[in-house]
Design a protein around this ligand. Structure first.
Ligand SMILES: Cc1cc2nc3c(=O)[nH]c(=O)nc-3n(C[C@H](O)[C@H](O)[C@H](O)COP(=O)(O)OP(=O)(O)OC[C@H]3O[C@@H](n4cnc5c(N)ncnc54)[C@H](O)[C@@H]3O)c2cc1C
Ligand code: FES
Length: 357
């Protein structure tokens, strides 16, 4: 489950000045392993200047395409994205973890739904996969996308979106919001804020016929849009969120929080059916860091509570979880936690990486 597979880069397309689209070749014997759902992401791994780095990138193709394609936008000062944009070439091999993530909803050809998407910048990648898959799978459903960018030159997948719009004239509606390029309609200028959403929902996109919303972009945009949607009566359970990065609060040390019971915890980790036991100091490090230090191949990517690659189920015992930008309420209720953000509370813990439900 935590395994990486070497995949060959088949194509690298310069999508915009600062974004490449990378297509991987998947050999026949790995097709099932790399079968993906709309909105899922891959974890890529590379050794960059002697450092073992992992980063998540969302798949941008429709489920019907089964073409493993990701878009990597150069983050100023960002190690992995700069390396990928500068060096990735066809023929190169990269370590890739099979698709993960729950940024989607079940689809059915009989559905007649109206979905709403808000994306900003590279947040369009999982959204493109969701839009294409939805319109192909549900012939009676519609999709409205609000897509925020600085200017037309930085719009990722502009051509593909235009082509999609041509195919699905009646069922796809795209609104471009530009922060540094003047457009005729004043509402379409600036950033996607709560105030802008209020205006959208009042005039352009009445929410009474919207069944569910997908949000992907920076933290402020997601908070603003999610708040506005809920303010207009949308149930939180119908708002699906994918965050690419967040400002992570530091773990509160035991200086502020007294340790309950013993200072140490005996942890049993189940991965691929194997049980490994180790002991860790409760407040010193996360479960993930402790497990890695004991040589267990625990899967992870962001280490910041964002990507959910390190998701596992607490079967016995209790943990204290710091940041969580990835798990939904129902997953937490079922006992799922992010091991990179979890610290033992009880003296014994059993965590299972093999359980998905
Ligand atoms: C589920 C998920 C899906 C994602 N999908 C995509 C996707 O489809 N496309 C995409 O492009 N990204 C995606 N991301 C984000 C991606 O995983 C990386 O976080 C992103 O590419 C940045 O990685 P990096 O190594 O380049 O930056 P890092 O080196 O990790 O830097 C992160 C931040 O720190 C800042 N920083 C780092 N070094 C410096 C410095 N020296 N000075 C100032 N600031 C600095 C950077 O500006 C950046 O904001 C996704 C993330 C998640 C969790
Ligand atoms: S490694 Fe990304 S949430 Fe834990």
């Amino acid at each position: 489950m935590s395994k990486f597979y070497p995949l060959t880069v088949g194509k690298v397309k310069q999508e915009t000045r600062d974004t490449i689209v990378v297509t991987f070749e998947v050999p026949d014997d790995l097709k099932e392993t790399f079968h993906y759902q709309q909105g899922q992401h891959l974890t890529l791994r590379a050794d960059i200047n002697g450092e073992d780095l992992r980063r998540s990138y969302s798949i941008c193709s429709a489920v019907q395409d089964q073409q493993l394609r990701v878009a990597i936008k150069r983050t100023p000062g960002g190690v992995f994205s700069t390396w990928a944009n500068d060096t990735l070439k066809p023929g190169q091999s990269l370590q890739v973890m099979p698709p993960m993530g729950h940024f989607n909803l079940p689809l059915s050809p009989t559905n007649e739904k109206h979905y709403l998407g808000f994306a900003a910048g590279s947040g369009i990648t999982p959204m493109l996969s969701i839009i294409k898959t939805t319109l192909l799978t549900e012939p009676h459903s519609r999709f409205t996308l609000v897509y925020g960018n600085r200017a037309s030159s930085s719009v990722i997948f502009k051509e593909e979106l235009t082509d999609l719009k041509d195919i699905y004239l009646e069922r796809l509606n795209i609104v471009y919001v530009m922060s540094r390029e003047q457009q005729d309609v004043e509402l379409f200028n600036g950033r996607i804020t709560a105030e802008k959403c209020e205006q959208f929902f009042r005039s352009w996109i009445p929410l009474n016929d919207v069944d569910a919303a997908f949000l992907c972009g920076p933290e402020e945009m997601i908070q603003a849009v999610s708040g506005a949607l809920q303010h207009h009566g949308m149930d939180k359970g119908n708002i699906k969120v994918e965050l690419f990065a967040a400002s992570i609060p530091k773990h509160k040390s035991n200086a502020q929080r007294p340790v309950v019971g013993a200072q140490e915890c005996e942890v049993t980790v189940v991965i691929d059916g194997n049980h490994t036991v180790f002991t860790m100091v409760k407040e010193k490090e996360s479960l993930l860091d402790a497990g890695l230090r004991h040589g267990i191949d625990m899967r992870y990517s962001c280490k910041g509570g964002v990507c959910a690659t390190c998701r596992c189920k607490v079967v016995q015992g209790k943990v204290d979880m710091d940041a969580n930008y990835a798990l939904e309420d129902y997953e937490i209720a079922r006992g799922f936690v992010l091991s990179c953000q979890s610290f033992p509370v009880t003296d014994n813990l059993l965590i299972d990486f093999d359980q998905d439900n």
